[in-house]
Design a binder for this molecule. Structure first.
Ligand SMILES: O=C(O)CCC(=O)C(=O)O
Length: 262
């Protein structure tokens, strides 16, 4: 893989202000075309090439799992891969990518841990919707001020399930969520879908978004893949609010603090 000699990407003051105002921001060309190709090939090795997943957790599309839908290849029925950053060298490099981490540092500060990473795959005609939700209400981390880089391996379009979000709604705090089939979603009475904006994104770019931003992705009704990995970062000064001691989170950079996430 080529080592980039280009100046690292950083947010301008205007972009940073837009992130804080809207709760999200698109940044394009985070990796080189060669790096992007290598990442795509690697994912395909896991989904269609028989590469052992090792510690990477594989989740199958619920309708395929229940036998309500059949797919030509088992890889066409995979919905989620969790733990690629910890379990795969190329994705580890992505999680530590200078452009991504530099921007995250501008948002969460210099001491950074990764809370989670999950690739969401929407195979052509198979990928289902991810209902409108906020991330933080389900995460045992305070303050609710994490930032995810939703990095796309394929062009994310309106037809194949790009991200959609409610600008500025991260400032409203946690909203009530309800359980629906295969999903948890914000109770429809608590948001105005007419405020939703679609965020198409070219492959290799990232949508940086706040963990309280309500966001949604549509089903994939196209003939193209939509694969994107959510890399979710937090300040190392965050506190674990779940049961027991804090798990040891993937260390990205900087210091750790007593009494905070490990
Ligand atoms: O990639 C998707 O379709 C949804 C991602 C998402 O909602 C998330 O990472 O919180």
């Amino acid at each position: 893989m080529s080592i980039s000699t280009q100046t690292p990407i950083r947010l301008t003051d205007e972009q940073l202000a837009a992130y804080h105002r809207d709760g999200f921001l698109v940044v394009e060309d985070l990796v080189s075309p060669e790096e992007l190709d290598a990442l795509r090939n690697r994912v395909k090795e896991y989904t269609h090439g028989g590469r052992p997943a090792g510690s990477i957790h594989v989740q199958v599309e619920p309708r395929v799992q229940r036998g309500e839908m059949t797919v030509a290849h088992p890889g066409d029925g995979i919905r989620k891969l969790t733990g690629l950053v910890e379990g795969d060298d190329l994705f580890c490099q992505l999680g530590l990518n200078e452009n991504i981490v530099g921007i995250i540092e501008q948002i969460v500060g210099p001491d950074i841990k990764m809370f989670r990473n999950a690739m969401l795959l929407k195979p052509p005609q198979v990928g289902s919707a991810k209902g409108m939700h906020q991330d933080s209400p389900y995460w045992p981390i305070e303050p609710m001020d994490l930032c995810s880089c939703w990095f796309t391996l394929d062009d994310a379009t309106v037809e194949n399930g790009c991200m959609a979000a409610l600008p500025g709604w991260h400032k409203k705090g946690p909203l009530p969520h309800v359980h629906v089939t295969d999903d948890y979603v914000v109770d429809e009475r608590y948001y105005d879908s007419s405020e939703m904006v679609l965020c198409p994104l070219r492959a290799g770019g990232g949508l940086f978004f706040h963990s309280l931003l309500p966001h949604y992705t549509a089903p994939n009704r196209s003939n193209t893949w939509r694969r994107a990995i959510a890399l979710s970062y937090m300040s190392s000064k965050s506190r674990h609010t779940g049961e027991g001691e804090s798990p040891v989170y993937f260390h990205v950079k900087g210091k750790t603090y007593p009494g905070c996430v490990r």
